[in-house]
Structures are given as C-alpha cells and as structure tokens.
Design a protein around this ligand. Structure first.
Ligand SMILES: [Zn+2]
Length: 653
C-alpha cells in the first residue's frame, strides 16, 4: 500500500427506511484533488441492500493504484468481447429474433456509411447531437464490422473517429457532449484496435486524451455533476469510464483516476432508483440515465471483471418496471417532468441489460415485444437476451413507486390498447427537470390519451433552468401549474419548494385509489389540500376528488388539459370527443358549479399547444371546506357509461 494512502470513512449508509443516504462526516470535506493526489485509496462502502433478492453489497475498496490490476489487456475489452461475440454467433444460427436484430443493425450501418461526415456545429450551447450521432454510428458500424468482417464498415467508422478527434474540443462547457464523445471514441478505438495501424491508433488516442479524458480529470475537481443524483452523473461517469478503459493498458493514469472518482460518484445517482425503480426526472430521462448506468457498469465488468458492487444498490434491480408501468395502454408515457411531448415506449437496449443483470424475464419479454414492432439497435445485440422460455408472472394492475418522487398507476387490463389507465404523481417540485405538477394525473382510455401533460419546453428559452421560487422557469406555461391537471388557487402556481407524499394507496379488485397530500403546494391559501384519484365501478371510470380546508378565501379552479373537443351539454356534464371516441366528465360536487372551456394555446417562442384545451371548473369564492369531485367516464363499446358514484370524504377512502 502506498504510504500516502488515505482511508476515507464510508460514504454511504442506509437509514431505517432502507433508502440509501449520503452521510456527512468530517472526512467528506476532504476534496478529491486529482492533479496532486491521484494515488490514493478511496473507501467506498455500499451498504443497505435490504432487498430480499439481493445479498448486501460488500464493502468495496477502490484503490487507484490497484484499480487496473484485473485489467484485461486485450482488445476488444469493452461491452462485447470476442468470446461473447462468438457465443452470439452460435446463438444466431437458431434465434430468429437475434437474426432480425442483426438485419436491423446491418441496415443501420449501411445507412450510417452513406451519411455525410460529422461536423463541429453547435445547437445553442450544445454539441450533444453530434456526440450522439457519432456514438450511434460507431456502435452500428463497429458491430457490423466485427460481425461480418467487411472492411467498408471499419473504414467508415475510422473516418468518423478521425474527424471528431481533430475537432477543436468536445464542448466541455456542456460536459454531456464530452462524455458521450469519449464513449464513442473509446469504444471505436477498442473495437477496431486490431484493424487500426499504429499511426491511426495514435491519432485517435491523442484526440480522446486531449478532448475527452483531460477535460474529464479537470471536471472531477470541480464539476457539479459528479455530485448529482440525476442523469448527468451516469452519463458523464459512464462516458469517461468507457473512454479511459479503452486506453488503460498504455495510459493507465486516466483510468486509475477516473474509475476511482466515478465509482465514488455513481452511487449518488444510482440510489435515486430506490426503492422501487422510479426515476424522478420522468421516463424520458430514465432511459438516458439507465443506458449510461448500463454502459458504465458493463465497461467495468468487461474490462476489469468487476462492477465494484454498484449493481447491488437498492432500486436498480427494480428499474425496468418503471418504463413498463408508466406507459399507458396507448403506449404513451406519463409525461412526467421534462419528458418529451407525446413520447412513448420505444426499443431500449438497457432493458436487455437489466434483464440479464437481474435475470428478469419481465424486462426481457417487454423488450422483445418492442423490437418485434420496431428496429433493434447495435446495443440490443451487445446485451442480447433470448426471449424468456418461461413467461414472467402476470403484471399487477396497479403499482406504487415509492421514492423522493412517487408515482401511482392503475389500469383496467394489460394487453388491451382500449383499457382504462390513470397515473398520478407526487414528490417535490424542485426535482431535476421538474414541473409544478404535484398531484397531476394523466388518463388513457379507448386508445386515447384524454388527460395530458404537455411535456417539456424548449431548453434554450431564457431562464429555463432557473427553478428557484420566482425563477423564470416558472413563467413558462408548460412548466408551471397552469398547464397541468392540478388545482389552481387564485391563479397561482404551486409553491416551487413544495413537497408531497401519497398518504394512502389501495390496490384491490373492487377498489383502487391513491390519496396525495398537497398541502405544502397550496399552503398560502389552504390549511389542508388532499387529492384522491380512484378507479371506480369495476375499473370502468375514474374519480378525481379534491378536498381543501381554505383559510384565505380565493378562486379555486379545477382543470384538465386535453386534445379532445369539449361540448358542455349541461353545466355539470361535458362530452369530450377525439378520434371518434367519447369520454364524459361529470361534476359530482359542488352542485352549484359548472364546467367551462379554456384554450391552452400560447404565443411563440413558447410551444403554442395549438388545438389543446382545458376543461375547467371555477369556484370564484372558495372558503372553508371545499370539495370538487369529477367523474371521468369513457363511453365504452357497450355504450354503458358510469354516470354516478357515491361520494365519500377522502378520510373515509
Ligand atoms: Zn409537466
């Protein structure tokens, strides 16, 4: 052991609830100064796997001077080794789905070979689209070359690699761009190593060091993302791990420092899946974060033979449930946080990685269903798992994802695109990429999304990231409360610092509901605010019931955003029509009020939301105990409509 070794106390422990928690200690202020002291011992302890299916993670010592002792010095050593490629080739002979995946990848590689060369062109402050395109091409072309041995694929990959290696930089001011490019170039260098001549290797390595790994080392000294609990953490760490391991036999100093720092940093984000696999930034960022978790951990496993216990962090094993349960029967995701508008479940190779890592047949089956419908990517082949022989256990109709951001989902059936589905969100408004949307619900039925969340805005709008109380982020319609399916008191947004919790969740055949305490979001006006969302009448309709104890009299508006045409038949009955289907909204309480319609349209440069409407109920002078109860009833094929349900106080749910 080097005499300048420094033992750090455990960084992570777990609290009584089982969630991993960062524990401050006098030693934590010790800073990771890469320049002066990269030979040190960081003791990273990952404890806290209360999950019965996983053994507690062992204490892992990451010793920068020893981190490469198990390095496989051969190439390719990243993601897919030659022995794994041979195993896949044997499987290919008899596995029709793998044959389809390969066909998709070769078509993709042929298309990539025809594309014009990458150029250094930023969009706003980002070079990210260029990094991602490079990554896409290197995986497709690299795998096509390794599978077929055809030089045309290798040639094109090398041309792309040399092009980006002489870029003036990989835009380290927006470090995702640097990290993804480091991943692409590291992977290309490793996969094509035997094809490259010495001179070309040198050029690619020089570009990777100058534009990727050197800025990476500097970033660990001060960059916020290494302490982040969200997607930047996994992307930046995962990209740098891959780049550094690609050249670790000749230039070990980069991998020694980067892996030591990355293994210390990654648990901060991976624990965000806990305990049930949810991701606070929504399903869109779930995919980005989980792919990079997969890249980082796979690179460690293939090159070093260890994941340093990171796989055992509680919640990661459950992560594959999140995209499965948060996509409705329409295929559309719950558009939580800055999830893209109308985004839906697509092929995601990381589902194969999760299926393999945790032997989970549900994840495998779910991804097989996706690639049956759409093209597979090279990473599907890298992490390929055959279709499970034994079908997974039936999925629950309802699911409660616990965590700092909580999600509850309910449905009437699986495998029926017409089924009824409702999802509800709680948590905290300051979550990364969050909107002011606590208690928001989205609803599918009859193959239509009736209650919408509009999704993300343009990230380049001024002040988009200023999410403080009073910050400019909250001036944008899609991000503030006014576009969401949440109550508005005196037209004001929810408190940007508000937090909320589900206080009751029930999932029975006869009754399925969730109660969310929204008091913190509305405390300026209300002493208590609670929302209940229930599937009622044998899961044929949804009841949304809000109860307030209002102390400061105000206008209360109940609202729901929809693409449907709204026809108000009587003041308590609105008929929503879309694509020839109907949903009837009934105002069950208060009887004196009535429905109205507003437009959700906005002026550019915000997204204009053309044709989007708001079904609203306005109570001008809300005071004291107020209850708003709305029944949302699809007009089913049999024309049976749920018209009434008994109203009980939420305390009796
Ligand atoms: Zn939203």
């Amino acid at each position: 052991m080097p005499d300048n070794s420094l033992r750090l106390p455990p960084l992570l422990t777990y609290e009584h609830g089982g969630a991993l928690l960062l524990v401050e200690s006098p030693f934590i202020s010790w800073r990771l100064t890469m320049k002066s002291a990269y030979r040190f011992i960081a003791l990273v302890t990952i404890l806290g796997c209360c999950c019965p299916t996983l053994a507690p993670a062992k204490e892992v010592t990451v010793d920068s001077s020893a981190v490469l002792k198990t390095l496989d010095k051969n190439h390719p050593r990243l993601m897919l080794k030659d022995k794994d490629l041979e195993r896949l080739k044997r499987l290919y002979a008899k596995d029709k789905v793998l044959q389809k995946c390969l066909k998709d990848v070769l078509e993709d590689a042929d298309a990539c070979a025809k594309k014009p060369m990458l150029t250094y062109r930023k969009i706003g402050p980002r070079l990210l689209h260029v990094s991602r395109e490079c990554l896409h091409r290197i995986y497709a072309l690299g795998l096509a070359y390794r599978w077929t041995g055809e030089q045309k694929y290798a040639e094109k990959a090398v041309e792309n690699l040399l092009t980006v290696c002489i870029f003036k930089d990989w835009n380290p001011s927006h470090f995702l761009d640097t990290a993804e490019m480091s991943h692409a170039v590291g992977l290309g260098y490793d996969w094509l190593y035997s094809y490259l001549d010495v001179k070309t290797r040198k050029k690619i390595k020089a570009g990777l060091i100058k534009n990727g790994l050197e800025p990476g080392l500097r970033a660990y000294e001060k960059a916020w993302w290494s302490k982040s609990e969200f997607n930047w953490n996994q992307v930046c760490n995962g990209g740098l791990i891959t780049g550094a391991l690609a050249i670790a036999e000749s230039d070990p100093q980069y991998a020694e420092q980067i892996i030591t720092a990355a293994v210390k940093s990654l648990p901060l984000a991976i624990k965000s899946y806990g305990p049930d696999g949810a991701w606070g930034e929504g399903p869109g960022y779930w995919s980005y974060a989980t792919h990079y978790t997969a890249y980082g951990l796979t690179a460690l496993q293939t090159a070093l033979g260890t994941d340093f216990g990171l796989l055992k962090i509680k919640g990661l094993a459950e992560a594959g449930n999140f995209p499965i349960y948060t996509s409705g029967p329409t295929g559309r995701y719950l558009t939580i946080a800055d999830c893209g508008e109308k985004s839906f479940r697509r092929p995601m190779p990381c589902m194969f990685w999760l299926a393999r890592a945790y032997k989970n047949s549900l994840y495998a089956e779910s991804e097989h269903a996706e690639i049956a419908k759409r093209d597979a990517r090279a990473q599907h082949v890298v992490w390929y798992v055959p279709s499970p022989r034994k079908m997974p256990a039936a999925k629950d109709l309802d699911r409660y994802f616990r965590g700092p951001v909580e999600i509850a989902v309910f449905r009437s059936a699986w495998d029926d695109p017409q089924a009824l589905f409702v999802g509800v969100k709680a948590g905290y408004n300051q979550v990364n990429h969050g909107h002011l949307d606590l208690g928001n619900f989205e609803l599918d039925a009859l193959g239509i999304r009736w209650a919408r969340d509009l999704g993300s805005e343009n990230y380049n709008l001024p002040g988009y990231w200023d999410g403080r109380r009073g910050g400019r982020r909250w001036s944008y319609y899609r991000l503030n409360s006014k576009s969401h399916n949440v109550p508005l008191l005196d037209g004001e947004d929810q408190d940007p610092l508000a937090t909320s919790k589900f206080i009751k969740f029930e999932s029975k055949k006869s009754s399925a509901f969730v109660l969310v305490d929204l008091t913190s979001a509305y405390k300026k006006f209300a002493k208590k605010a609670t929302r209940g969302v229930a599937m009622v009448e044998s899961r044929r309709a949804v009841l949304v019931q809000d109860e307030f104890k209002i102390e400061k009299p105000c206008e209360l508006v109940w609202a729901m955003t929809t693409d449907a045409k709204i026809n108000i038949k009587e003041k308590d009955t609105a008929v929503l029509t879309l694509a020839g289907k109907k949903l009837i909204a009934r105002l069950l309480s208060p009887s004196a009020a009535g429905f109205a319609i507003e437009s959700a349209q906005q002026k550019a440069p915000q997204k204009t939301n053309k044709g989007v409407r708001r079904l609203i109920v306005r109570l001008p002078n809300a005071n004291g105990n107020v209850r708003v109860a709305i029944l949302l009833s699809p007009v089913w094929k049999d024309k049976e409509i749920v018209t009434k349900v008994p109203i009980k106080p939420l305390t009796q749910w």
